[in-house]
Design a protein around this ligand. Structure first.
Ligand SMILES: Cc1cc2nc3c(=O)[nH]c(=O)nc-3n(C[C@H](O)[C@H](O)[C@H](O)COP(=O)(O)OP(=O)(O)OC[C@H]3O[C@@H](n4cnc5c(N)ncnc54)[C@H](O)[C@@H]3O)c2cc1C
Length: 313
């Protein structure tokens, strides 16, 4: 009996490996089985992906999506800077757009950026081309696609102010362009059809290089003074409650410096949890529960997560 059971389990495992292999067959990008996801997150936390793919271009993304769908496997896109990936990682196929990094200037101060372009790179490009309109995003480390999906923002502006249109690979593997007017944006959320954002058109305006650069530099200084940028984190953990700031209520509840394992509520900015070295997702989640409970008890506010928690515990 024992032998039969083992054989059955082995057969099942082989079949899931076969489906994973079929999902990534013939792609031109890189394919890595059992990829360590902590290497792909700003938090430096996260278990293994069954397989991690970095497609080389939009057609490669479309092919991947069609094959993943044919194999009925889950698909997850990782930019990596607003994520807490649980310790047992992510089953199925994880996609990183790290190779989709082209930026093109189009007429009338429009920039087209492929989905994997990092916001800091995009802002650098805008400065060099004297294009204003992205200064609000200085210091946001995510990809331009992740920033659209999250409607990333700061007190100076948010993604919806700049997006003109989005190129998406749908779950059927079709490439479609959506004007911003068809995308409902809300606080830290854009409602898009299921799929992968592979490109973004941004409407900027002609500006004076030195002035754009000054606003960006000043904002980066402000961030450096107020945020714990030397330790791994995923940015703000909670959304701001209406007419208040999550950092303020967490601080008011006396939680700066609170710690579980190597996860710590930053002493510098209470809405950041930092990884002091070896923090696990379990540590971070325990700390999140502790913060939420204490804030509700002391201030009555129920904090909502901005951080996306994904993967298996
Ligand atoms: C130091 C620091 C400072 C930060 N400051 C800010 C800030 O000021 N304002 C702010 O809003 N955020 C901030 N963030 C958080 C983060 O950078 C943003 O939320 C950003 O939008 C996330 O982009 P990402 O590419 O890393 O996406 P991820 O965090 O990897 O993903 C976020 C969600 O989008 C999905 N997604 C990602 N890429 C795609 C894609 N191509 N197609 C479809 N879905 C996709 C993911 O599956 C996930 O559900 C900060 C983070 C850090 C570490």
């Amino acid at each position: 009996m024992a032998r039969q059971g083992r054989t059955h389990a082995q057969t099942r495992q082989t079949s899931s490996q076969r489906r994973l292999a079929a999902a990534v067959a013939g792609l031109r990008g890189t394919v890595q089985f059992d990829a360590l996801l902590k290497d792909y997150t700003s938090f430096r936390i996260g278990g293994l992906a069954d397989v991690l793919v970095e497609p080389v271009d939009v057609e490669d993304v479309a092919r991947l999506v069609r094959q993943v769908r044919a194999q009925r496997l889950p698909l997850f896109v990782v930019g990596g800077t607003n994520l807490l990936i649980r310790d047992k990682g992510i089953r199925g196929v994880v996609v990183s757009l790290g190779k989709l990094r082209t930026i093109k200037e189009e007429p009338d101060a429009v920039l087209y950026a492929e989905g994997g372009v990092g916001m800091p790179t995009l802002i650098g490009y805008a400065i060099r081309h004297s294009l204003a309109g992205l200064e609000w995003a200085a210091g946001i480390p995510g990809t331009v696609a992740g920033c659209v999906v999250m409607n990333a923002g700061t007190r100076l502006g948010e993604m919806k102010d700049s997006v003109k249109a989005v190129r998406l690979v749908t779950m059927q593997g079709e490439i479609v362009d959506l004007p911003a007017s068809k995308i409902p944006f809300a606080y830290r959320r854009a409602t898009l059809p299921p799929g992968i954002v592979v490109g973004v058109w941004l409407q900027l305006k002609a500006g004076v290089r030195a002035e754009i650069e000054k606003v960006v530099k000043d904002y980066l200084h402000y961030r450096r003074d107020t945020q714990p940028l030397t330790l791994p984190s995923a940015g703000c953990v909670f959304k701001n409650p209406p007419k208040d700031s999550a950092g303020r209520v967490i601080d008011a509840a006396g939680l700066k410096g609170a710690q579980v394992g190597d996860a710590q509520v930053s002493e510098k900015h209470a809405n950041f949890i930092v990884n002091q070295g070896q923090a696990s997702a379990k540590d971070v989640l325990a700390l999140i529960r502790k913060v939420r409970a204490a804030v509700t008890r002391k201030t009555g506010v129920k904090l909502e997560l901005e951080l996306k928690v994904v993967g298996q515990a």
